[in-house]
Design a protein around this ligand. Sequence first.
Ligand SMILES: [Zn+2]
Length: 226
Amino acid sequence: MSGHVPSPVRDIIDLSHPLDDDTPVYPGDPVARFSPATTIGEHGYNVLHVSMGSQTGTHVDAPYHFLENGARVDELPLDLFLAPAVVADVRGKEPHEPITWADLAPVADRLGPGRMLLLHTGWDVHWGTDAYFDHPFLDGDAAARVVAAGVRTVGLDALSLDETVLGGEPSAGFAAHDAVLGAGGVIIENLRNLAAIRSAAPVVSVLPLRLAGADGAPVRAVAFDV
Ligand SMILES: [Zn+2]
């Protein structure tokens, strides 16, 4: 009892996948590898050697991911990564099915500047299986309307905001990436556990590693139920 200060946060919900050698990556991206650089047995202390791409696991995309002159991940204002979030329930989609503006109608009036939009597809249950790559995606028109509403942070619990086509480009291109990143916004991919958020107005943190000049970075994504 003594000395215990009550937290202003009711619950902290982990929205991040664990990073390990089995982490699925976007087709063509570097695979993640983790191996001991030193061990307590040999050197007296443990240090891990970490090798992975900038867009591995639960991560954010900076505008520079698709735009040569876009902002790098270390140049962006931190309020893009720590903000009240609107969670849109878009579960029940088929593989490769677009998420449309009509699907976002129930939350449309809550979208606005300073708000993060998180698409709850439920596709995180497929993490580690082939089905994970056949995820639903945000339609380009819907992405443009989300951006027009003032939103600059859009995330989802799937591999990519645009469709993933193994061995090729999606037929609609990268329209959702273009819409969000082109407006100076950021994208969060490979979230998980959005079902555990109970608050209608959670605060979500996806603060990225400060990788200098990078196109993106891994994050520890969490929701604060307040
Ligand atoms: Zn990405």
